[in-house]
Design a protein around this ligand. Structure first.
Ligand code: 2P0
Length: 324
């Protein structure tokens, strides 16, 4: 009744932005990501007949409130699948510095789903595990796989066909991601709230949706050909379109800070000098810069010199779920 699993976070190159069902987390579009080796969560789940409620310890602290509620709600799904009414001790350690601007929810729910389902005796395929993980946090369903993964939105309203599939493993192509950490205060609009507001009010949202199938086809072709320019161009353009939808929302908002634009402009400047480098940005101010290994030293130094940059963290493609 006990299992431990490790999962890495991922960065979306084609963004998940919009839900068609909030209760069971069904997206409005397919998304595609790269799993990263630098950031991960290790979680142990032990179901125990003597417990009268779940306990969740995150980074050696007893969790409560929203954090605790999301974990118990997710364990409820696992209990229901297994037909067992048992409570659990959950212990998680995050190697995802929140300051790096990566959501720990992706690695967190992927590790929880893997350890929890194994501990309770469910023998899930990767597809089933990804589908389960989606219920905790959408982007987490992509972290079941290493390397490139695509979350297929599915057509059904029960979510049975909404899960990630592997596109290419971690060792397929060594492309790198630098997380450029900016000195910024906590964001005022969460990704969940921002997504909802955009879907409900932004006239640009339909344009976003209409552009997805082209972006997906092009980026998959780029991955297949290991064409860095094609992958980078599409990823950067897709990120810009996602952020454009927030400007059309009511009330309008943006996740960018002044320093976000400084990094973006530096990336464009390096590119104009012939260095293949691109960026993507999630629901926050930090910028993730895509580059090839041979340009690592130059890019790290150039970005590190910018005002407002507090840290740069480098990552390679990472592995999918592992059991420990
Ligand atoms: C992504 N993001 O594809 C996109 C890009 C943010 C921008 O997935 O409500 O925390 O838990 O399903 O996964 C952030 O949203 O949302 C996210 P929920 P999640 O990575």
């Amino acid at each position: 009744m006990k299992a431990t699993a490790k999962a890495h976070t991922n960065i979306a190159l084609i963004k998940y932005w919009g839900k068609r069902n909030e209760a069971i987390i069904l997206p409005t579009n397919n998304s595609l990501s790269l799993t990263l080796d630098g950031y991960y969560t290790t979680t142990t789940v032990e179901f125990d007949e003597s417990l009268s409620q779940d306990q969740f310890i995150l980074d050696e602290q007893i969790a409560s409130g929203e954090q605790y509620n999301r974990v118990t709600a997710f364990l409820d799904i696992i209990r229901q699948m297994a037909g067992k009414q048992l409570f659990a001790n959950v212990t998680s350690v995050n190697e995802v510095p929140t300051a790096a601007g990566f959501a720990s929810s992706a690695s967190g729910f992927a590790a929880l789903a893997a350890a929890g389902s194994k501990a309770i005796g469910l023998h899930l395929s990767e597809k089933e595990l990804s589908r389960l993980t989606r219920r905790g946090s959408g982007s987490a369903c992509r972290s079941i796989y290493g390397g490139f993964a695509e979350w297929e939105m599915g057509m059904r309203e029960d979510g049975e066909d909404s899960y990630a599939i592997p596109i290419a493993p971690a060792n397929y192509w060594d492309i790198r991601v630098a997380a450029v950490v900016l000195s910024a205060t906590k964001k005022s609009v969460s990704s969940r709230a921002g997504m909802r507001r955009t879907v409900e009010t932004s006239p640009f949202f339909q344009g976003w949706l209409d552009s997805i199938s082209y972006d997906l086809a092009e980026i998959k072709q780029g991955i297949k050909a290991r064409d860095f320019q094609q992958v980078g161009e599409i990823a950067e353009a897709n990120c810009m379109k996602m952020h454009a939808t927030t400007l059309g929302a009511k009330p309008p908002f943006t996740y960018w800070h002044d320093t976000t634009l400084v990094v973006m402009q530096k990336v464009w400047e390096m590119r104009s000098q012939g260095i293949p480098v691109y960026f993507t940005i999630d629901a926050g101010p930090n910028v993730k810069v895509l580059y090839l290994p041979e340009h690592e030293a130059y890019i790290e130094q150039t970005l590190g010199e910018l005002q407002g940059v507090t840290d740069i963290r480098l990552s390679k493609p990472g592995q999918g779920i592992t059991y420990i």
